[in-house]
Design a protein around this ligand. Sequence first.
Ligand code: C2O
Ligand code: CU
Length: 481
Amino acid sequence: AMTLATAAVAVTAYTWTIARVDTVGRVDFEKPLQLPPLAASTVGPDGVRSFDLDMQSGTSDLGHGPDTETWGVNGSYLGPTIRAKRGEKVRMNVSNRLGVTSTLHWHGMHLPAAMDGGPHQLVEPGTTWSPQWTVDQPAATLWYHPHMHGETADHVYRGIAGMFLIDDANGPALPDRYGVDDIPVIVQDKKFNGESLDASSAIFNDTGVLGDEIMVNGTPGPYLDVTTERVRLRLLNASNARVYNFGFSDDQDFQLIGTDGGLLAKPVAMQNLRLSPGARAEIVVALSPDTTTVLRSTPPDLGAGFWNDRFAGGADSFDILQLRAASTLASNAVVPEILSTLPDLGDPTVTRRFDLTSSTSLNNKSMDTNRIDEVVTVGTTEVWEVHNSSGQVHNFHVHDVQFQVLDTDDPSLAGRKDTVYIAPNETRRLLMRFTDFTDPSMPYMFHCHLLRHEDQGLMGQFVVVAPGETAASSAPHHAGH
Ligand code: C2O
Ligand code: CU
């Protein structure tokens, strides 16, 4: 009786109240997986590769009829996959045809704060914002999404998100034929109200929306025809709040080859991989001819015993994507034993402490777009020690940098990360080095990537300054704010 009472109280405290769904075995996999098209680009005489990205509204068939109102980039749902090479100069012409103010943020990108697409780079309706920067970081699976303060959850939920792949000519040989053996897998959970995508604020509880249907690249119940011996899946958790624990229906091993900011040093064989919102993972799975397997999510280990008990028995499990291997499979690149060299971030000279204090506050403060919370000197290596005292599920994302998670032997945290799950009562120490870009008046963000929490104030701002320089007394003010 004691145990039951404790569990009941704990569940209330976590406010993860609408997660009781179980679609395992009920998905029919009737639809071919849609692939986001590769974004068209042009290279001008100045050598800059330009992309035109139009944020717009439209209708989509997400399995509830053809007229579901959705948002997208260059289309009605999600956006094209942007691809650029390390070393290239890129320009994004972001036009806003949504009728409401938004932004477009390059999640995981190392770039000047004014190009970041955060809450200070507003794109007003009917205008175009054209940030430009040089891509200078390892090959990686990044992504883009709105970052409009207070509206991010809604804008992403309606459909604005896409992948941003960085290629590096000096990287190892890997399956890399887009749509053939290199597949974007954008995983999102959705709720519907009749034919409508239920984007109403009513479904955003304190955790944020937890949908009861899963889709990949906007395809409900998708299958993928596999024609090669192995296939590389670029997993992106583009859900607002849900944490997944990816694996395969037959418990087969896969190789984890990359995380948020690029390739691991070496591939790691595993059966299950936890991925929190905003995080990415690249995995390679080998198939035998004429077989099928299903990418699924089983209850994630969220770090507290009663929590996991609650998910026992299949609740919060999802079948996600069926892989159908052809009767003859073409040979393709085998994953090499060495994938990359992880950077030496140096010895930290600064430690900052952060506490995820509630679903609306960080260090007991709610986000203020006019307040600069942290001032970092360029060239320093720091440890950010992040504790979760809130009794709720959170993760932590830092703009501009890829960090190294210290004090862990979890192979899924061994590589470059920009977003990491932080369990209730857990402390993570994150090693990061700030380089290249300074701007005393334009902040980068750090926040929980459960988008409702971010919108509600679980976010802060830091500026990177030159040695001896001081931050502007406040962040930029916007007209109307
Ligand atoms: Cu994916 Cu601050 O964002
Ligand atoms: Cu959170």
